[in-house]
Design a protein around this ligand. Structure first.
Ligand code: HEM
Length: 497
């Protein structure tokens, strides 16, 4: 009886002390946040920008939640460099191409900061997108050779087959011709099948495909929003998203484990070794733990899947709006291929108009609308009017705005592939056109994405005319990539043969 009483008294006191600690934390936290907020204001005092408030940043103005539109307004008001405060996180937004080039090409001074190590990390783990320094260098070196054009070339025979089969299965059999069709759904399946074939030679089941295409695009949206909202990761608003991403990741890894087991048994049975990205992960010399393997595969899927799907979809959408450009492109494809249906690297290189169309599509719809970096030193960028960036600043580079900047592009909102005629330097990185990033962290999947997307579009254009859906527009709801919340709609009309 006596000991019971003592135990319950101890429990009571213990409960009280925990409540007390929580109370103190709740009281100190606002002070801590306010202190950080004002020290950031002092650090960024030299930059112009809208008024910000502790806890809310610029988001007391509801316009700030439509980030790209809001940043566009700030760009007009404050020039090419200005501040933007999400709820809890300040950024210096840099739209000056010369400065952007310097920032992206100096990964020692401008590292991938907390956006990557904390938020991206929830989905991507420690893969190529999030890592820095020697780890990044080593891992990039391991995968590099698979992404070179000459090594992608033999793989394209599969990309052709995947496109032809998917047209039959997803469009013809499901009777999508002649109606308003969300073509992003189609390209999402193509991109997933192509990615799996490229990465490890496998194909998912229909159910898995449905789940993982959704996971990749929802994950992109959620991670992008988490960065743009800048709320702390323990915030109750974010927990359902974080759990969702972690659940999807577990499911994907469990499906990939089956692929790994199958590969191991093939090796055991003495079958011809396969040299692909999966073999890099499984090679014992590379000392990869299960976590490393999972992080690399998920990174590649998330970085390469909905980017390619959206890129192909926006291009189809633009071609539907500009029938003359579409006709000219179709004529080029027919001229290069004659009666052949298998498209090769050489064919794509010969299709100069297709390449201009794809570049112009990437300009208007910057698939990665923004990237960020963090400065690890005080630095002055002399070539950009002595732009001075203090140590520890988060930098946001909104490629979406740079690519539509009226001071850089004539009639920026017009889809005009002829801008990319190679005669001016407008379209170069010097001028601020970085659809795949720049420097040592340029997109590793750059060639793969353009080749596969080129092949998908050629096959579709040879069978169908793309037409506009009247009064319909994509509602851009940007995540890491330029996702929409209403798909991307066109009407496919059968071409007369
Ligand atoms: C149209 C399609 C694509 C676009 C527009 C795109 C764009 C980009 C951009 C802008 C970056 C640089 C990000 C930064 O500097 O912070 C990047 C990095 C990356 N991309 Fe892509 N990407 C595409 C397709 C792909 C594909 C197909 C893959 C792989 C299958 C891929 C894998 C990666 C990886 C791993 C990185 C990180 C590279 C590193 O830091 O070393 N991407 N991408």
């Amino acid at each position: 009886m006596g000991t019971n009483l003592l135990a319950s008294l101890q429990e009571h006191l213990h409960g009280k002390s925990i409540l007390g600690i929580i109370g103190v934390i709740l009281m100190l936290y606002p002070l801590h946040v306010t202190f950080i907020f004002f020290s950031n204001l002092v650090k960024l005092r030299k930059f112009k920008g809208p008024m910000a408030l502790p806890f809310f940043g610029n988001c007391y103005n509801s316009e700030a939640l439509s980030v790209l539109r809001y940043l566009g307004k700030l760009r007009k008001r404050y020039g090419r460099v200005f501040t933007f405060f999400t709820f809890m996180k300040p950024y210096v937004v840099v739209c000056e191409p010369v400065a952007v080039r310097r920032i992206l090409s100096d990964p020692k001074t401008f590292i991938k900061g907390e956006d990557y190590s904390k938020v991206f990390n929830i989905a991507f783990g420690e893969g190529l997108v999030t890592s820095n320094g020697d780890k990044h260098k080593r891992d990039r070196g391991l995968f590099h050779k698979y992404f070179i054009k000459t090594n992608i070339s033999p793989f394209l025979v599969h990309a052709n087959t995947i496109a032809i089969e998917a047209i039959e299965e997803e469009i013809v059999k499901k009777q999508k011709v002649g109606i308003s069709y969300d073509i992003e759904e189609f390209f999402a399946i193509l991109a997933l099948r192509t990615f799996m074939k490229f990465f490890c030679g496998k194909k998912f089941t229909k159910d898995q495909e449905e789940y993982f295409t959704k996971f990749a695009s929802d994950g992109s949206y959620m991670v992008g929003r988490m960065i743009m909202l800048g709320l702390p990761l323990w915030s109750p608003f974010l927990l359902p998203w974080i759990n969702n991403i972690k659940g999807g990741k577990r499911k994907f890894w469990s499906a990939m484990k089956d692929v790994i087991i199958e590969r191991k048994s093939q090796i055991k049975a003495g079958e011809e070794p396969i040299d692909d990205c999966l073999s890099v992960l499984m090679n014992s010399e590379n000392n990869m733990t299960e976590d490393d393997m999972s992080d690399h595969i998920i990174t590649m899927l998330c970085a390469g899947h909905d980017t390619t799907a959206y890129f192909s979809s926006y291009t189809a959408y633009l071609l539907a709006q500009y029938p003359e450009i579409q006709e000219k492109l179709r004529a080029e494809i027919q001229d290069v291929l004659k009666d052949r249906t298998e498209i090769t690297v050489e064919d794509i290189s010969k299709m100069t108009y297709l390449n201009k169309v794809m570049q112009e599509s990437l300009r208007l719809y910057s698939i990665i609308p923004c990237v960020s970096r963090q400065s690890v030193d005080d630095i002055v960028i002399k070539e950009a009017d002595n732009l001075s960036i203090p140590k520890g600043v988060n930098i946001l580079i909104p490629m979406f705005l740079i690519n539509r900047d009226p001071e850089l592009w004539i009639n920026p909102s017009i889809f005009d592939p002829e801008r990319f005629d190679g005669k001016t330097d407008w379209t170069s990185a010097k001028h601020g056109f970085f659809p795949f990033g720049y420097g040592t962290r340029v997109c590793i999947g750059n060639s793969l994405a353009q080749l596969e997307s080129g092949i998908f579009l050629c096959h579709l254009l040879l069978k169908y005319k793309f037409e506009q859906v009247q009064d319909w527009k994509p509602n851009i709801f940007s995540g890491i990539s330029l996702t929409t919340n209403n798909g991307i709609r066109v009407i496919l009309t059968q071409l007369q043969s």
